[in-house]
Design a protein around this ligand. Sequence first.
Ligand code: XMP
Length: 429
Amino acid sequence: MKQDMIVILDLGSTENTVLARQIREMGVYSEIHPHDITLEELKRLENVKGIILNGGENRVVDGTAVEIRPELYDCGYPMISVDYPASKCEKQYDMLSKEALHTFLFDVCKAEPNWNMKNFIEDQVELIRKQVGDRKVLLALSGGVDSSVVAAMLIKAIGSQLVCVHVNHGLMRKNESESVVEVFQNQLHANLIYVDATERFLGKLANVADPEKKRKIIGGEFIRVFEEEARKLEGIDFLGQGTIYPDIIESGTKTAKMVKSHHNVGGLPEDLKFELVEPLKQLFKDEVRACGIELGLPASMVYRQPFPGPGLGVRCLGAITRDRLEAVRESDAILREEFEKAGLDKKVWQYFTVVPDFKSVGVKNHERSFDYMVIIRAINTVDAMSATIERVDWDILQVITDRILHEVDNVNRVCFDMSPKPPATIEFE
Ligand code: XMP
């Protein structure tokens, strides 16, 4: 292994991730582990240089204060504690200053600042090869940042032992599936199975207007299509997954409360049991992007804005029809093109169009028209829990409006959504 590591033991701090990031920013790799890790488990971790017992307000669980296993004090690694009454420790702190952390990492633990993407990738490649051997891994490749980076990592580690399945549910943005095929099949020579399931999804969604029902149909059908493809393949033992660090943390640690359940390609039937390969599970989102760039993925793929799993399905409001789906797809492409031209793609967190399921009256070529409207949404946020709108320059909006009205069929009106979150959500459904 290339990288030294500092282990943070979670003894109820709310700041475990802040500390992990701080240590990584100082150039040393850091992982958070549960307070009740055994000495044996700890010894199995490679290149550990030191341990921080990180206590805090969540230390009392169900009326009892959590403790580390006493044998851990004999692990032989330098150890400090923060806001935790430890018995045998180098030092105990109420709060850890930057200077004290620096001293611990580099003077006490003698850690090398060797945490960088190149070393991380080399380590992961070695670990993946060790885990997988000469067997095969299956990966659902949506084209999103996380699954794309996992795919690139697995291609580097095991080449054609990776089988990628890309399911086009017909609700992708313009040219999105094409670019997955171009990058992974044509450039990286991945073993890629492309499934065009557009008709199947649109068939199931016909006349379904309820947002939650739409989401359930899209999610459920996605698993079924993926499962059907998996059953056609033989000798697959592993499932690759783009789980990243926030997914694990948001699912709750032993001391923190659960924020939301961890969603991934779960839901596969019992007899399709795979062992998981999750090479990004220790990375924060910005680190995932840096990893993708280091692996040679195009910046447009790695820095793309978030896109919901149900895709344009939740932006073609109400019961999906082909004409409105096309209007969403084309207007979204125009919006993205113009935002890129204006440099807004690097400034605005998320921007897209939606098309409601009602029409309004207009005039076209001196005649009455009765057509759909496109609503533009452009928001900024830190964590997607709340959001403010971007004050897009009027002239840019004018250009986008003109293009949508001239280039997109069945549209006679363009609006801009002024609503922050809350009370609105970012998506409409
Ligand atoms: P809302 O609409 O809840 O969206 O304010 C917050 C963020 O989450 C994205 N989003 C999803 N992402 N699967 C995803 O991976 C989904 O089903 C989903 N629904 C919403 C949304 O685009 C926004 O960035």
